[in-house]
Ligand binder design. Sequence first.
Ligand SMILES: Cc1cc2nc3c(=O)[nH]c(=O)nc-3n(C[C@H](O)[C@H](O)[C@H](O)COP(=O)(O)OP(=O)(O)OC[C@H]3O[C@@H](n4cnc5c(N)ncnc54)[C@H](O)[C@@H]3O)c2cc1C
Length: 417
Amino acid sequence: MYDVIVIGGGVSGLMAAYSASKNGKKVILIEKNKKLGQKLLISGGGRCNVTNRLPYAEIISHIPGNGKFLYGPFSIFDNENIIDFVESRGVALKEEDHGRMFPVSNKAVDVLNVFLRELEENKVTIRYNTIVEEVSSEDDRITGVTLTDGEVIKAGNVVITTGGRSVPNTGSTGDGHKFARTAGHTITELFPTEVPITSSEDFIKAGTLKGLSFSNVALSVLRKNGKPRITHQMDMIFTHFGISGPAALRCSQFVYKEQKSQKRNDISMMIDFYPDTGKGALQEELDALIKESPNKSIRNILKTMMQDRLAEFLIDYNGIDREANSHHLKNEDKQKIVEFLKGFTFKVDGTQSIEKAFVTGGGVNLKEITPQTMESRLVEGLYFAGEVLDIHGYTGGYNITSALVTGYVAGHSAGMK
Ligand SMILES: Cc1cc2nc3c(=O)[nH]c(=O)nc-3n(C[C@H](O)[C@H](O)[C@H](O)COP(=O)(O)OP(=O)(O)OC[C@H]3O[C@@H](n4cnc5c(N)ncnc54)[C@H](O)[C@@H]3O)c2cc1C
């Protein structure tokens, strides 16, 4: 008989097992894989983006999927506590752009080892290669879990940290949603977030811009009325199926949300290739270039302003005579060029699958969870933490912060019972 069972030894489960066991409670951590922390090891490009040092309000604004819920758990354990937790155990962290925190060694395994040492010290039983099949309760009170081989493990407290449904070869296959449903919880609709966006535009299908990347463009998802629902000014790349790169990943969940609200598949997106230059200034820049080289073709002038393939595409797309020089270029063509560069609009038809996404949107309904304890409001002794919940953020340490913070609070509360 254990005091606490933690299901899933990913980011959140590692922290939950630590916090549940820190006061001497008997804790078992059950993990499907032969190793713990698969996603922790691959996050942040394999360097483990362990948390983010921005102030609360900034962190919350980077968690568009119910970030505000985290104010409750933050009152008990927050991003600075994560930093202290890791650094006080001998792994120095460094801050990179946008508050992202990484181990100075750039080795994710150093962070994982902090948890492994704590679990060993606190005598947490770890069962590898073991899959929980069912979570059991009686009279709205948790009694334990059943494994796939039929073994029953009893405990008065169960923490579900099974993650979402993204990148299932890491072990996160959505089992926790099934357990939650059986316990009477509702699961909000699951959808892919932080995922490349797909498009059936001819220029995409033809691969015209494939592989072309831009370092600082403003990418927007447009509402039905043509106004931006969201804009992200970051890097992006055209691919053989659509668009990818940081700006596209961040926009992806809004493509899904606009599809829902417009009740249609094809959604408009817009790229401003010169987000820091106004239309007037861009027009002047173009005029000056044309004036400087009156006999140069517009095609060659544009190639001094941008990548060759974008210039070629712009000309074809707008039906401009590529050989026209200052004497022949029409004023309306100059306008078309500026309009294109400040607001190239194209259709997208969705995103890649939830399995390919970095993060799963949707999950266990937060209305059914007490934020200060992470305990279910429906079943006593049942706790949830991490991506299994209806919380999703941008990459940049926000999801990991959410997983570690809710994991700490869930484990701590379960270990206090
Ligand atoms: C490639 C990649 C890069 C990422 N980079 C970032 C980043 O830079 N910043 C950021 O904030 N987020 C990033 N994320 C997202 C982040 O890794 C996740 O949000 C986070 O790991 C969620 O933690 P979790 O503990 O809820 O779930 P997970 O870490 O997915 O852990 C769930 C665990 O539960 C186990 N499990 C599932 N079902 C069962 C069962 N029935 N029985 C036993 N065990 C089970 C799984 O095997 C797994 O070990 C990235 C994700 C990916 C895929």
